[in-house]
Ligand binder design. Structure first.
Ligand code: NDP
Ligand code: 8X3
Length: 273
């Protein structure tokens, strides 16, 4: 691994005599903004040790720093692109053994790019969504699942979407990627069953994050309209639910949860005033 990745490594927990029952470890992909960042804060508030990932190194390192200072937890920022399978494997493989005992994996990194009729879709946009939302999730999971099996524990939480339950106009490829997440969540639950690893999908409706900035490529006029006239979910609302599903007894698993703004009935129906 590039030593740079650990330039703001806060601590190697193997050096501080971690007692397994005391601090759990969560790995969150896409922690530099939105839902991933809110999850990082929520788990830090609850004394988890954190492995946080994202491409924007400065933002990632600053978050790590802030979490350590504010919540007195240990944080390891890993700066990689989930679309690059070599980077994914090298980064996670290079974790010190004590950090490999990952209790919770939150597969959150993801994006929508564009909102066009399928016949006019930009193929580069399609590739970005497929590579990030499906292949990226698979690359990370493929490295972490054997660790969980080895450690005889684990909980994988995939961030799906209402777009993985319904297909809406112009949502085409994004919806398909989230339907894939829905399917992969079920597949993981089946194949990991014998190892006692929990697998949960959390599927939000509209959440105000950087999501629309990315989807509409910074088009301020369009972005301004997305959350106008109703109260969308906040990233923190989703993080509360993500954390909640990790607090249940060993014999209880939430398979699937749809969390919507009260003003949103389904993918297409939002009560805007
Ligand atoms: P944000 O844009 O705020 O956050 C997306 C995160 O994903 C960022 O931290 C970004 O980090 C990371 N990311 C994106 N691409 C990559 C990549 N190639 N490699 C590594 N990290 C990447 O959006 P949200 O918080 O809203 O989105 C989080 C998840 O929630 C996504 O899977 C999204 O599909 C899902 N979702 C969002 C909803 C919404 O309305 N906002 C509703 C339902 C689901 P960086 O750029 O630093 O790499
Ligand atoms: C994000 C929610 O409705 O824009 O997954 O697809 S939506």
């Amino acid at each position: 691994m590039n030593a740079d990745n650990f330039s703001v490594k806060i601590c190697d927990i193997s050096e501080i005599n971690l007692k397994p029952s005391m601090n759990k470890i969560v790995l969150i992909t896409g922690a530099t903004s939105g839902i991933g960042k809110a999850c990082a804060i929520k788990f830090a508030q609850n004394n988890y040790y954190l492995i946080i990932t994202g491409r924007r190194k400065e933002i990632l390192n600053k978050l790590a720093d802030d979490l350590v200072r504010k919540y007195k937890v240990e944080v390891l920022p890993l700066n990689f692109d989930v679309r690059d399978r070599e980077q994914v494997k090298a980064n996670i493989d290079s974790l010190p053994d004590s950090w490999k005992k990952i209790d919770v994996l939150i597969n959150n990194a993801g994006l929508a790019v564009g909102l066009d009729p399928i016949q006019e879709g930009d193929i580069d946009d399609w590739e970005r969504m497929i590579d990030t939302n499906i292949k990226g999730l698979l690359y990370v999971s493929r490295v972490v699942m054997p660790l969980m099996i080895k450690n005889k524990k684990g909980h994988i939480i995939n961030i799906g979407s209402i777009a993985g339950k319904e297909t809406y106009p112009k949502g085409n490829v994004y919806c398909a990627t989230k339907h894939a997440v829905d399917s992969l969540t079920k597949a993981m639950r089946i194949d990991l069953l014998e190892y006692g690893i929990k697998v949960t999908q959390i599927s939000p409706g509209a959440v105000e994050t950087e999501f629309s900035i990315v989807r509409f490529k910074g088009d301020k006029e369009t972005i301004g309209k997305v959350y106008k006239g109703f109260t969308p979910l906040k990233a923190k609302d989703v993080a509360e639910v993500v954390y909640y599903v990790t607090t249940l007894p060993k014999h209880v698993n939430i398979n699937d949860m749809l969390i919507m703004p009260t003003a949103q009935a389904n993918a297409g129906r939002i009560n805007k005033v």
